[in-house]
Design a binder for this molecule. Sequence first.
Ligand code: GDP
Length: 397
Amino acid sequence: LADEDRESRPRLMLMGLRRSGKSSIQRVVFHKMSPTETLFLESTSKINKDNIHSFIDFQVWDFPGQMDFFDSTFDTTAIFGEVGALVFVIDSQDDYMEALARLHSTVVAAYRVNPNITFEVFIHKVDGLSEDYKIDTQRDIQQTTTDELADAGLENVQLAFYLTSIYDHSIFEAFSKVIQKLIPQLPTLENLLNILCANSGIEKAFLFDVISKIYIATDSSPVDSQSYEICSDMIDVIIDISSIYGRAAIGAKSQGYLEDQQDDQDNWSQNQGRHDDFEDSNGGNGNGNHQRSGTNENYSQAVVGRGSRTPSLSNQSTQQQTAGNHEAFSVIKMGNGTVLYLREVNKYLALICLLRAETFEKQGLIDYNVHCFKEAMDQVFELKRAERTRREMEANQ
Ligand code: GDP
C-alpha cells in the first residue's frame, strides 16, 4: 500500500461479490453517472481506489468480489487497519447464500484486525422486489448473518442493514447514514441544526455535501424520505437554473463537466465541474447538468419564484467573510405552501431547509439565524484544524 493510502482520513470500503453493484454505486453516488448507464459497466476485477475530494476525504475501495482473505499474500492488517466503514453489497435479486458466506468471512477477518470498523450491509437492487418481499429478504439476511456471527462468538459485532437501489434516493440516504458515523463533529452539527430550527420555525434542515448529495447532518426531527428527496432534487434544480441563465465566461469552466464520461478521471473532473457550477450559481454558467431527467417532476406544482435570485441576496457581511466569493442562495416556493431555502455554507456544504410559507414571512430572522449558523460551523471546523495542528506539533517534538 502506498503511503498516501495510509493517511488518517476516514476510509470507506465497498465490498461484495462480483456483479453485486459496487461499481455502479460508486459511479452513481460519487460520479453522477445516470443509473441506466451502469448497465454497461465492466465488473470490478481489481482493487480500485477512488479518492473523493468532498467535505470529508473518504475513499472508496472497490474490491473484486472473489478475493481470498485467507491467502497469505493478502495483508488484512494493512487493508482493514484504518478503515472507518466497511460497506458490503449484496445483490438481493440473486440467490444470496454465497454472498452471506462471503459477508461472514469478511466480517470475521476485518473485526479481528480492527474492532472499531462499522459494518454496513447494503441489501442492494431492491428496485426489483415487491414491498413484502423486500421486508422478508431483509429479515432473512439480518437473521442469518447475526446468527452466524453469534455462532462464531462475535455477537457483539454491530451490523447495520439498508435496503438500497441506484434507481432511487435510497442509495444516497444509506450513504448519508454511513458517512455520518464517520464524522466526529456530528453531535455538534446536529445540535447547531436543532438550534437553528427551533429559533427560526424551520421544519427540517439538512446539511448537504453538494458533490455527492449525501447529507452529512440533519436536525433531530425524524427524516422522511420525501423531505430528503425534495431537498436533494433542489440541488439539481439550482444547478440547472444557474446553468441556463449563466454567464458565458463561467460556461467554459463547466464544459469539462459535459465532456467524456467514460473515464474515471473525467468523471471526477465532471464532479468538480458540477461543484464549480454550484459555487458559481449566482453567476451561473453556460452549460449544465441535464442527466437526471426526472428531477423537475417534483416541481410541477412549484413556483420557482425567487429560484435564482442569488445575486441580489448574498449579503454584504457574508461576502466579506468569504473573501469576496459569491455564495449560492435560493428559495423555491412550492404549490403546497412549503418553502425550500438553500444557502451555501462553505466550499463543499449547503444548508437546505424546509419551512412553511407563513414562517418564511420573517425572512430577515431566518437569514440572520442562518448567518449565525454558518459562523458557528466555521468555528467548529476551525477548532478541529487547530486541534490537528497542535497534535502534529506535539508529534514532531
Ligand atoms: P460490481 O461487479 O459489483 O462492480 O457490479 P456492477 O456495478 O458492475 O453492477 C452489475 C450490474 O448490476 C450492472 O448491470 C448494473 O446496472 C446492475 N445494478 C447495479 N445496481 C443496481 C440496482 O440498484 N438495481 C438494479 N436493478 N440493477 C443494478
